[in-house]
Design a protein. Sequence first.
Length: 653
Amino acid sequence: MSALGNSTIDGGALAPEAVAQNAGALERTWSTKPGVWAWVCTVDHKVIGRRYVITAFAMFLAGGIEAALMRAQLARPENGFLGADRYNQIFTTHGTTMMFLFAVPMMTAMGLYFVPLMIGARSVAFPRLNAFGYWTYLVGIGLLYVALLTNHAPDTGWFAYVPLSETLYAPGHRVDVWAQLVTFTEIAALCAAVNIIVTVFKMRAPGMSVNRIPLFVWAQLVVAFMIVFAMPAVAAGSTLMLAADRAIHMQWFIPARGGDVLLWQHIFWFFGHPEVYIIFLPALGMVTPIVETFCRRPVVGYGAIVMANIATAFFAFGLWVHHMFATPLPELGDSLFTAASLVIAIPSAVQIFCWIATMWTGRPRLTVPMLFVLGFLFTFINGGITGVMLASVPFDRQAHDTFFVVAHLHYVLLGGGVMPLFAGLYFWFPKFTGRLLRNGLGKWHFWLFLIGVNVTFFPMHILGLDGMPRRIYTYLASTGWGPLNLLSSLGAATIAISVIIFLVNVVLSWRGGAVAGPNPWGASGLEWATASPPPPYNFAYPLIVSSAHPLWDAHAALPVATGLRTDRREVLTTTTFDARPDARHSSPRESIWPFYLALCMGVVFIGSIFRPYWVLIGTALSLAGLFGWGWQSTRPIERERIALPNGALVERT
Ligand code: HEM
Ligand SMILES: [Cu+2]
């Protein structure tokens, strides 16, 4: 702490009247005004983060309804409930929704809400970019769901393989909807990633050096880098290549004209495999603080977990060909990707051993978040094992495109993504709302969900080994697949009931749950050092930390830094590695331009589906928005001289 100089004055030394006055002024400066206009213009990362989480959860429900429709169709042989064309649209919309509109946005949303709170910051680095990302995502949702309701939903699967998705085989606009939807979601993900990277690098609490960053924040940081490398591949592939092939005959993927169909698979999976880790590294990041809190001890192997995250991110970009083992690629290449696919199991195992060691040496309490963590371990390990099986080329060639793969992917996504997410929602719900979720309903939710997931997806392994292909809308009774499909559909009904119980719990608890207080679980992270829900400015003073578990290690109140202005939105930036106070920056106020620009993106990308000239119109309209945005930002970010009495905060030039 000596490195921080004498800007560190103990919280206890502040006069109570000064503290109250400070809080009042901050409240006026940082709060979003009431009303619809302010609601649209808000740049508060918590308002946007919560909105994002709720929207992404609504997408989980939408994807779930689609799943229920599919399971109803497959429940018995030769069923006519949906029909082939609807079934194609629904499985494509389900996969697309779950991956692009639920899982990734949910994980980035949790980051956008919690990263600033966990690192003791008042805001994200780019609040308006954050708003822009959310609105872009929402425009994408609108596109896909209007298409679904008007019978124009994409129908060539969530990875839209060419040549099936070229105009020759997919005339009309269904595939264009998919291609542009992907672009919206990738832009939104990139906005979130850039924001998280800069926020984590520049806005950590004084004293939070890199070896004290909370592990959820580490996971978010690593994933943000993955997004920066992965998303441009698919955004370019979908918009500049696939959509351009379809709209203006670019012929990237049309072999008869010199194009290459496998190029699409490479581009898609270069993004698609990392996408899986983009979903579950943050999910695993939620597990660590939960295990720590309910075992009452710091996690075993902080450094190992950080390295495991980085190693996973690195290897994740070297596996994509395992989705292409059924294509005629050279065998040596296949072997390399088999090896890489096996190697990536190691860092995941490292994390799992760290948690087991933590539980072993701690005193675990089986709260609802902990139950979901155990459910995650069980389900995810099962999915991991079938993943290792599929990494073997001979096995993969047998199981490719069967329900075995559907079983595998749901074990990892529900086990490694959704279960930790539920754990996290129970854990952090009090921070969002100020109230605790009910325990009894939580346990019902957990057990029904765990049973439902296994009853739904375990039989699919057997069906797949028995030869049932994925993406078929029905099958003959003589195949003998009927009974296991019925069982699977009953499992899906169980999942539905468990999710309804969760929703009931949320509604009841949000209205009348037990009041949580700032730190209901006695957890150690900085997000628990402020009120629940946090005030608009998050923290009245920047907290100063000197360990990785500040609320456990600080024996009295945490010391704070003073000197930030309260008459305008001001944030403290710190140095990248040591988190030494560096400068004061002003943070933008409400703005309409993010919303306006997201609408312009809608004109560009949705318009381009119909006529290429909309691209020009939309771009011209967005110039006005960029100008407005830039104009606004020239005012508050003045390069004024900043000096605290002791000179610990220096001038930026
Ligand atoms: C909540 C319970 C869920 C059920 C009952 C369910 C059911 C299904 C079924 C039956 C299929 C296969 C359709 C077919 O090939 O004919 C499928 C495909 C798929 N599901 Fe789920 N699913 C669920 C949750 C999820 C979640 C949470 C995710 C991702 C986060 C997900 C991602 C996918 C993907 C990517 C596909 C492949 C779509 C395609 O073939 O293009 N599902 N799901
Ligand atoms: Cu993969």
